[in-house]
Design a protein around this ligand. Structure first.
Ligand code: DI6
Ligand code: FE
Length: 410
């Protein structure tokens, strides 16, 4: 006996098992049982006695439905914000001047260390609710503004609490290797040791992290340090992912592919070798147009090369206080099309099927397919391309998590 049967809708299933654009099923029906999709297909395929097969029938009045959106890359737990710093940058101050004056990531570190776990939950919840208001049902949340054991674990505890409060699935990633904190500025190997020998083991012991990420960059961590931290993550049963080639080519994407990483993220400076390595390994390319836009970057990731090589492309907000204070997945999709030349279908796949893949959740969510979680979004649009098209509008009509409609204040 199904729990719910949704009718009078068109489904953009985002299934990769069809050549139909968006995996679209017009005049669709979706049967939900025990929080999962029990059946999906054209309403005409339902038996005449379908009302006897379900506890409830609900009409969606001609809406389009998609998988719930998956935002696979956010830093949305942090203290304070960097609006004043941004204003100074608009008035001509450079990153270096701001960093020398104690600004940049390290100013967010000070604010995060000073915040209680409840403070982090309260501010993170505001940002998360902006994402769920636009159909997000799964979100990845990174640490990375504590840069010491207790503050990093507190950030991950706060991320863990956000899921039930916002009615969303939260995947947690430990990004202690985001920057070297002030107290280790003359002893960076000491900080790498702290992450490998103390923070990763503690997070694994408390089941506070699902993956480990590293900012592999000239202003971040070296490929050698990255390999060391990836080894520590794997020794504790954690998956890995990498901020790679955002500002320069450190060979990070190829390293990530070589280490079996779920994803390599940013990729503005990705080389042909990196593209080939990712294609061979099945590493997901996570494109972050919000940071590209906010930094007024001019070198876009090699989307054509990624597309030709068959590298899966996800899209995410990269919600963070310094380079991407973006809490709109729909605007991120528009930016991915307008700035990176993705098609609207690729952008939606990037925020559903491929976003799930980037989190190791391809079998669980990200497509409206039998057996997957009944996480779905209901939209008042005439075509799924409108989701990336409108800038600022929000056509979301309803959001379902595990088959249960979520209220705005969930
Ligand atoms: N890449 C970025 O653009 C951000 N972190 C990262 O790994 C910057 C984060 C910040 O400036 O707060
Ligand atoms: Fe990031």
């Amino acid at each position: 006996m199904w729990d719910l049967l949704l009718l009078d809708c068109h489904a953009a299933t985002m299934s990769a098992d069809t050549d139909t654009p968006y995996g679209a099923v017009r005049d669709a029906a979706v049967a939900i049982q025990d929080g999962r999709i029990a059946w999906i297909g054209p309403r005409s395929a339902l038996s005449a006695d379908f009302e006897d097969l379900t506890r409830e029938v609900r009409s969606l009045q001609g809406a389009w439905i998609t998988p719930g959106l998956v935002d696979c890359h956010t830093h949305l737990v942090f203290g304070g914000n960097r609006a004043v710093e941004w204003e100074r940058r608009l008035n001509g101050a450079t990153y270096e001047e701001i960093a020398r004056a104690g600004g940049g990531i390290l100013s967010s570190v000070r604010a995060t260390r000073a915040a209680s776990e409840d403070d982090l939950v309260e501010s993170g919840l505001r940002r998360l609710r902006a994402l769920t208001a636009q159909g997000v049902t799964t979100v990845e949340v990174k640490s990375g503004y504590g840069l010491e054991t207790e503050s990093e674990l507190r950030s991950l505890r706060a991320a863990t609490r956000l899921g039930p409060l916002a009615g969303v699935n939260v995947v947690r990633t430990l990004l202690s290797a985001h920057a070297v904190p002030q107290e280790f500025r003359d002893d960076r190997s000491g900080y790498v040791d702290l992450i490998a020998n103390e923070i990763i083991p503690a997070a694994a012991r408390e089941a506070l992290a699902d993956a480990v990420d590293v900012y592999c960059e000239t202003i971040g961590f070296t490929p050698g340090e990255t390999r060391r931290l990836f080894a520590a993550a794997k020794a504790h049963g954690l998956r890995v992912k990498l901020h790679a080639e955002q500002l320069s080519d450190q060979g990070g994407a190829a390293l990530a592919a070589d280490c079996g990483a779920l994803s390599a993220d940013h990729l503005e400076h990705l080389s042909d070798e990196g593209v080939k390595a990712m294609a061979r390994a099945g590493t997901v390319a996570v494109l972050l147009p919000g940071a590209y836009y906010f930094l007024r970057d001019t070198k876009a990731p090699p989307v054509d090369a990624l597309r030709r090589a068959g590298v899966p492309m996800a899209v995410a907000t990269d919600c963070n206080p310094g380079t991407s204070p973006l809490t709109s997945p729909l605007l991120a999709m528009n930016m991915a099309c307008t700035l990176f030349r993705l098609t609207p279908e690729e952008a939606l796949a990037g925020f559903t099927r491929e976003g799930a893949r980037a989190l190791g959740l391809a079998a669980e969510c990200g497509a409206l397919e039998r057996g997957k979680a009944a996480d779905l979004a209901v939209w008042r649009v005439d075509d799924p391309a409108e989701l990336a098209y409108w800038m600022g509008a929000n056509p979301l009509a309803a959001r379902y998590l595990a088959g249960r409609e979520q209220t705005a204040e969930a």
